[in-house]
Each structure stands twice: as structure tokens, then as C-alpha cells.
Write a protein that binds this ligand. Structure first.
Ligand SMILES: [Zn+2]
Length: 399
């Protein structure tokens, strides 16, 4: 695989203020074969990434005004008749925990939380899920998609895109609007945009999610796991109806429904660590006892055994592992310095996620050799130098 597959810049550059590089995709348009947008990777200006630039912009935002905007939006949708008035998609992690709890207890809404089940729950993930519902006092619908199809799509996404998390991301994005239609709710509140971490910066300027993320004109143009839906239907026994939970909503259907999909990071000064403190206090959210593989943190994305492979594959594809993503957030939130971040990246970024390796192989039904053949196929030459058989080194690192 070369740099063109994910449209990565050939010259690798690291941000002067955090530890991200210009190889980070700005977001993955999940229905397409690869990334299909004008600026496929995070943008740099005078050596500083767009996420760090946005941090400066955030400092000048009047969050009181934003809160007034939030209250106005909530008042517009508030029902006061016992019906649900806002849908909150989430797993019961620190972020969806925070959003759902403040909407119910601080702003007096009647939320319905909806969960696209993780591929493989971790023990701590399951405990936190029930703590969210039981301690948080929230209603929830746990949706578990067809396991056979989800395994198939996860395997294809791993094989063809080295993106095993793709089916989950699609499902998680669809579930909000779909349940809003089902329960006749006109407001959906997600956590943060990709723009918060350096994706399309226009997303930070407006609170509403672009319809393109959850609508479609025609199913013929959809891709799952790097294959068109027609290809999959021809080659397998799956039917179009099996894809129902993953399919976007038809544009004509949206026109009559008139619901709004918003992001909380437009209204609140988004800080994942503060969300963690809030969730610990109010929802009894528990961190892992040990640090997560590939990083030093204990509380981010810990509910799915596949998470480890999501971050391991970003390390292979973009040279950016889980410690990089965690350190960037904490540097920008001024919890750690850049020097500390560099040290943590150096210590943990390349760590292989051993603990759930067999679970992952069993889940997608491939063996170890096949796993590493696929992994090595996706090491772009501009990022990786082959040292000897099955041994590679990043050409340029932050350390
Ligand atoms: Zn930066």
C-alpha cells in the first residue's frame, strides 16, 4: 500500500504544539472506498495543526452565550408530556454519560439514550454500561446488530481498508436518527465532532451535523468494508434487509421528519478528562485498573475489545497510535506538557495489543499469519522502512 490509498501527504510533519502529525485523516467518510474529501488529512498552518489552532479559538468563545443557545434549542424541543424529547446515542462511556446526565438533570430534558452494542464487550465496558443506566437513572435501548453480518463487515473492513472499526462507526452514526424517527423525537445530541480533534474545521462553526453523514440518495453507491453493497449482495447470502441498521436514511424521508442532529461540543467547552471526572462522580463510571494497551490512559474507549485494534491499525496506517491520540487531547487541554506527551508516545504508541488478540482473531475468523500479512500490506512505504522479514521501523517519529 502507498500513501495514495489514504491520500496521506508524502512529507511527514509533526505539530509544534501537540504530538499529532499531518498523516492524521480529517475524518473517514465511511461509505466510500477510502477518504473522499478535499482535505483528507489534518491541516497545518505555520507548523501548528488545526486542532491546536481550534484550541486557541475555543479560548475566545463565550461559553455563556453558547449555553443560552443550548437552552433555547432545548426549550424548542422540550415536551413536558412524558414523551422523550432528545435522543442521545452512546455506549455509556464518559462522554455520552456526561451529555445524557446534564441534559436530564441540569437542563430538565427527558432523554432516551440509545446504544449500538460494542462488537465484544469488555468486562469494564459492561459494568459501566449498567452504571450509566442504574446510577445515572436514564432510559436506554441497547441495540445489538446481526452478529453474523457485523463479523463479516468487520473482517472485510479489516482486510480491505485496515479499518476494523468501520461497521461500528457506521452503526453508531445511524442509530441516532433512526431511533429519533421511531420514537418521534426531533432532537438528537451527539458528543463531539471530528473537527474538535483536527477534522473539518467548518464543523466547529455550526452545531448541526451535516446530513450527508446519515442520509443517502441511493443504496447503489454505498460501500461497506471497501466493497459496494451490490458486490456483497451478489457474493454472499446476505440480503439488503440484513443491512437495515447500517443503511442511511433516504433523503425524501428526512424532509418530512425535520429532526435536528446536534453536537454538544459546540455548546460546552469539551474536555474528555473533565467528562471523565463528571461521569465518575455522577454515574459511578469506572476506569480500568490497568492502563489500556498502546497508551497510558485508563478511561478512554474501554468498552469494546476491538478498540485496541482500531488504534493499532491507525498506528500501522498513519504512524499514529493510541498514546498519540490521548497525549494530543491532554496537551491541548493543558493537562500535560508536550515533552511529557512525547515521552508517553515513545513509551506506548507501538505496543501490540496482546490481551485481546485471540478474541479479535476469533471474532473475524482469521489466523495469526493472515493477520500480520494484512497488517504489513498496509504499511505505506513513505511511513515504514522494512528492516528484515516482518520487522519494520517508522521512518520519522516524534521521538
Ligand atoms: Zn497540534
Amino acid at each position: 500500500m502507498n500513501s495514495k490509498f489514504y491520500k496521506l501527504p508524502k512529507n511527514i510533519e509533526f505539530c509544534k504544539l501537540c504530538v499529532i502529525s499531518n498523516q492524521r485523516p480529517s475524518s473517514v467518510v465511511e461509505f466510500k472506498h477510502t477518504i473522499n474529501q478535499k482535505k483528507p488529512t489534518i491541516q497545518f498552518e505555520h507548523g501548528v495543526c488545526s486542532a491546536c489552532n481550534y484550541k486557541k479559538i475555543k479560548k475566545n468563545i463565550d461559553w455563556n452565550i453558547r449555553e443560552q443557545m443550548l437552552k433555547k434549542l432545548l426549550d424548542k424541543h422540550r415536551k413536558n408530556n412524558g414523551s422523550y424529547d432528545v435522543i442521545i446515542p452512546g455506549s455509556g462511556g464518559k462522554d455520552s454519560g456526561y451529555v445524557s446526565h446534564i441534559l436530564k438533570y441540569k437542563y430538565g430534558m427527558n432523554p432516551l439514550t440509545v446504544t449500538w452494542s460494542p462488537h465484544l464487550y469488555t468486562d469494564i465496558g459492561k459494568i459501566n454500561f449498567y452504571n450509566w443506566i442504574n446510577h445515572g437513572g436514564l432510559d436506554n435501548v441497547l441495540f445489538t446488530p446481526n452478529g453474523s453480518l457485523q463479523r463479516y463487515l468487520t473482517k472485510e473492513a479489516f482486510k480491505n481498508l485496515l479499518h476494523p472499526f468501520q461497521p461500528f462507526i457506521i452503526g453508531q452514526r445511524m442509530i441516532g436518527p433512526k431511533f429519533a424517527i421511531k420514537y418521534n423525537v426531533k432532537l438528537i445530541m451527539y458528543g463531539e465532532t471530528a473537527g474538535e480533534y483536527g477534522g473539518n474545521q467548518n464543523e466547529n462553526k455550526i452545531p448541526v451535523m451535516n446530513e450527508k453523514y446519515y442520509t443517502s440518495q441511493s443504496y447503489n453507491k454505498l460501500y461497506f468494508g471497501g466493497k459496494s453493497i451490490n458486490q456483497i449482495l451478489k457474493k454472499t447470502n446476505y440480503k439488503l434487509s440484513d443491512f437495515n441498521p447500517y443503511l442511511p436514511i433516504e433523503k425524501k424521508e428526512i424532509k418530512n421528519k425535520r429532526f435536528e442532529v446536534h453536537h454538544m461540543n459546540f455548546y460546552k467547552n469539551w474536555d474528555p478528562q473533565e467528562n471523565f471526572y463528571y461521569a465518575s462522580k455522577n454515574l459511578n463510571f469506572l476506569p480500568n485498573q490497568e492502563r489500556t494497551t498502546g497508551t497510558y490512559s485508563k478511561y478512554s474507549s474501554i468498552d469494546d475489545k476491538i478498540d485496541d485494534f482500531h488504534y493499532y491499525t491507525t498506528y500501522i496506517k498513519f504512524g499514529l497510535g493510541r498514546a498519540t491520540y490521548d497525549a494530543c487531547q491532554e496537551i491541548r487541554a493543558e493537562k500535560i506538557t508536550r515533552e511529557e506527551g512525547v515521552r508517553l508516545v515513545k513509551l506506548y504508541d507501538s505496543e501490540f495489543p496482546k490481551r485481546y488478540f485471540n478474541d479479535f482473531l476469533d471474532y473475524i475468523g482469521i489466523d495469526k499469519d493472515n493477520f500480520f500479512n494484512i497488517i504489513n500490506k498496509f504499511r505505506s512505504k513513505h511511513l515504514w522502512k522494512k528492516i528484515k522479514k516482518n520487522k519494520y521501523r517508522l521512518r520519522k517519529t516524534i521521538y
